[in-house]
Design a protein around this ligand. Structure first.
Ligand code: SAH
Length: 211
């Protein structure tokens, strides 16, 4: 099957899975996922599944990328914090739908590859750094939106602190290999409102950096 046909099939699968916002679907359609996966997996780039990216990490399943992006309700004025750059695929989609994305990755090799991809694709509104994302990015806070693409045991307090009132955080919570739930946490003037979205399976959020 040629790439374009695979891509159309993927978009249909995402629609069926609940990704209905046109701007989110368009961002996914315009982001070349084959550039974010290892050469060996190019053929599978438009399959609706996670794929290995090295360092025991994975590029997220497209449906989950779509649902998380949709849950963020982004607009062009948003300043976004992403924890877990990984391949940079989710980052590239966020970058299309917001003003600026700050992305933190703990593994140096993944960070280096992701930054190279942003450069080669001409993505200019992403600032990435190596660090422990559980600490957020205090120098750039507050953020309008925060997304975490690794599962935490509990929601890191630093991320709640760095979220602007009126903004929201989308994060998978739960133990590795166990049941994990994707949560949307909105910050209001009164406090935080938590809403469970769906069951998910993510690699764990790990503290400290590698490399
Ligand atoms: N959104 C990525 C998914 C990557 S998997 C993609 O689409 O490719 C999760 C990523 O989170 C991994 O790259 C992992 O190294 C990173 N990660 C785990 N714990 C982290 C932490 N505390 N700080 C920053 N990144 C972390």
């Amino acid at each position: 099957m040629i790439a374009e046909t695979r891509k159309i099939r993927l978009i249909m699968e995402l629609r069926q899975g609940g990704v209905t916002q046109t701007d989110v679907l368009t961002a996914i359609e315009k982001t070349p996922r084959e550039q974010f996966v290892p050469e060996l997996f190019r053929e599978s780039a438009y399959d609706n599944r996670p794929l290995p990216i090295g360092g025991d990490q994975t590029i997220s399943q497209p449906l989950i990328v779509g649902l998380m992006t949709q849950a963020l309700a982004l607009h062009k004025r948003c300043k976004v914090l992403e924890i877990g750059t990984g391949s940079g695929y989710q980052t590239a989609i966020l970058a299309r739908l917001s003003r600026r994305v700050y992305s933190v990755e703990r593994i140096r090799n993944l960070y280096v590859d992701a930054v190279r991809r942003f450069d080669s694709l001409g993505i200019g509104n992403v600032t990435a750094q190596i660090g422990d994302g559980g600490l957020g990015w205090p120098e750039q806070a507050p953020f309008d939106r925060i997304i975490v693409t690794a599962a935490a045991d509990t929601v890191p307090q630093a991320l709640l602190d760095q979220l602007r009132v009126g903004g929201c955080l989308v994060i998978p919570v739960g133990a590795e290999g166990g049941t994990q739930t994707l949560w949307r946490i909105a910050r209001t003037a009164e406090g935080f409102e938590e809403e469970p979205l769906t069951s998910v399976r993510f690699v764990p959020l790990v503290s400290g950096t590698v490399g």
